[in-house]
Every structure is written in C-alpha cells, then in structure tokens.
Design a protein around this ligand. Structure first.
Ligand code: SF4
Ligand code: SF4
Length: 274
C-alpha cells in the first residue's frame, strides 16, 4: 500500500528536501486561484497534490546576477522535473494514475514578457501543502529556507491525508524586497499583505539578464530576512544589500563584496558588476 511515508521516503531518496500534501479540494476551499488554473480543471482525476521542494543555497543566491546563480537555478529545475516525473511514474506503476506539472513551463523569456503567467502555480500548491505562507513579493516563505526554495507538483488520483496549513504569517512586511527590486515591480496594497506586482517589468528585467547569461534575477529572494538558512550561512546583516550597488560602483574591489564581484566577473557577457 502506498502511504504518505512511502511517498516521503521515495521523494527524499530522489533528492527532495521538502515534501507536502494538499487535497485538490483546497483550491476550491480557498477560492484564491482562478478556476481554470486549479488541479480539478487541469486533470479532473486529481485527488491530491504532492509538492516537492529543493533549496537554492543562500551564498550562491547572494552572488546574483551571476553565472553561478544561473547554473544553480537550472540545476534545481532539472532536479525538480526529474523528481516529479519519477514520483508520478512510481505512483502510476503502483496503480494510482499520476502526472507532474513542470516547475516553470514557458518556451522562452520573450513568452513571459508577453504573458507573464504559468499554467499552474506551485506557490499556491506549496501553501496548500502546508510548506509555508505567501509573502509580500508573491513567493512562498518557508520557515527553514525563507523564499529560497524551488517547487514542483505531482497530481495523483490517490487520496492522501492533507498536511496542516502553516497558520502563522511568516512575512514580516519589512518590504526590503520592494526597496531593492531593480525593476520596482512591487506596489503596496492597503487591503492585503501581498503586493501588486508588475510582472511584465520583472520579466523584461529577466530578458536583459538572460542575454547576459546571468538569468534569473532573484534579488527579492536574496534579500528576504525570513529563513533559518540565514543563521546557518552566517548571513544576517541585510544592510550589506542596501549598500551593495553604491559600494561596488565606488570601488569594485570593496572587500565586503569581493566574493560576489569575483563570481560576476566570470562566465557571463555582462560588464556590469551589479
Ligand atoms: S525577480 Fe528581481 S525584478 Fe523580479 S520582482 Fe524579484 S527583485 Fe524584482
Ligand atoms: S523581504 Fe520582507 S516583505 Fe518581502 S517577502 Fe520577505 S519578509 Fe515579506
């Protein structure tokens, strides 16, 4: 018999750091996601959604925009899709039809500029699977890794016991993500925690970085103070981020930023060190 423990063990053996379970009915219960983007609309046999996550490692994220972060990003993408495919196949072979939804799913950044919306949101899936809460910058905040986790989802016809939702809001509303966003994509809304987002401006910034081989941006996930990983990596001083641009422009060899500048100087077309 396939249980949650069986799935968790299998996911861990594939390399997943996080795994959560959401009933497909939660999308209707919360009524936050447009109907055609819900599991029931995409695959009506779906009873449960298994969400898998892997972290992006803070010291590498801190070097963004760099080829090193670009490579980390594509490594996590490959791993996530492979894990999700293998889990979907495993469940199907055990007699429970399953499919996976790839972690991104757009052909080219130009497509995102024209239509900056994915067919399925793993952020909402991760929230409904009890892995965290959605913060100001539209990312899923997880207690252990803050916003520095990438997710993928597996839809299964198997009914699984749901994980409880995270009740406590993890976003501190500090708005550091807003202040440091290079495309000024976020605007505060009085009636809700999650900001209004100019997704086109964000996608256009990404298109520029892509040409320079140092895509994606990731500043909003770099600077967010939420997450135990900050302690683990000894990176707690967010003032460093506020002073970064000016300091590097004044002196590219400023010792506070030398490690990031070194990585930015290699492997991409960009002449800019920020
Ligand atoms: S990814 Fe970069 S440009 Fe897009 S919202 Fe985050 S900080 Fe802004
Ligand atoms: S940087 Fe601050 S406002 Fe933005 S998501 Fe993180 S905690 Fe929330």
């Amino acid at each position: 018999m396939v249980t949650k423990e069986t799935i968790k063990d299998f996911a861990r053996s594939l390399g997943a750091s996080l795994a959560g379970f959401a009933p497909a009915s939660r999308w209707d219960e919360f009524n936050e996601v447009e109907r055609s983007y819900r599991p029931a609309a995409i695959w009506p046999q779906a009873k449960s959604v298994v969400v898998l996550g892997v972290p992006v490692l803070l010291p590498v994220v801190e070097s963004t925009p760099s080829i090193n972060y670009a490579e980390l990003y594509s490594t996590t993408n490959i791993l996530l899709d492979q894990m999700a495919y293998r889990l979907a196949l495993f469940l199907t072979e055990q007699g429970h039809g399953s499919i996976f939804l790839p972690r991104d799913a757009y052909g080219d950044i130009g497509v995102l500029v024209r239509k900056p919306l994915a067919a399925f949101s793993h952020v909402f899936a991760a929230k409904y699977a009890g892995l965290g809460t959605i913060g100001y910058s539209h990312v899923l905040l997880n207690a252990k890794y803050g916003p520095r986790v990438r997710y993928v989802s597996v839809f299964t016809s198997l009914e699984l016991e749901p994980d409880p939702l995270v009740e406590e809001e993890l976003c501190t509303k500090c708005r550091i993500c807003q202040k440091l966003c290079p495309s000024q994509a976020f605007t505060t809304r009085d009636d809700q925690l999650i900001a209004a987002m100019d997704k086109k401006a964000c996608a256009e910034h990404h298109a520029r970085l892509r040409q320079e081989h140092r895509y994606p941006c990731g500043i909003c996930i770099k600077v967010c103070p939420v997450g135990d990983d900050r302690k683990l990596y000894g990176s707690n001083d967010v003032r460093l981020y506020f002073e970064e641009k000016e300091a590097i422009e004044a002196d590219p060899d400023d010792p506070r930023y030398a490690r990031w500048v070194h990585l930015r100087r290699h492997g991409s077309n960009g002449e800019r060190l920020f």
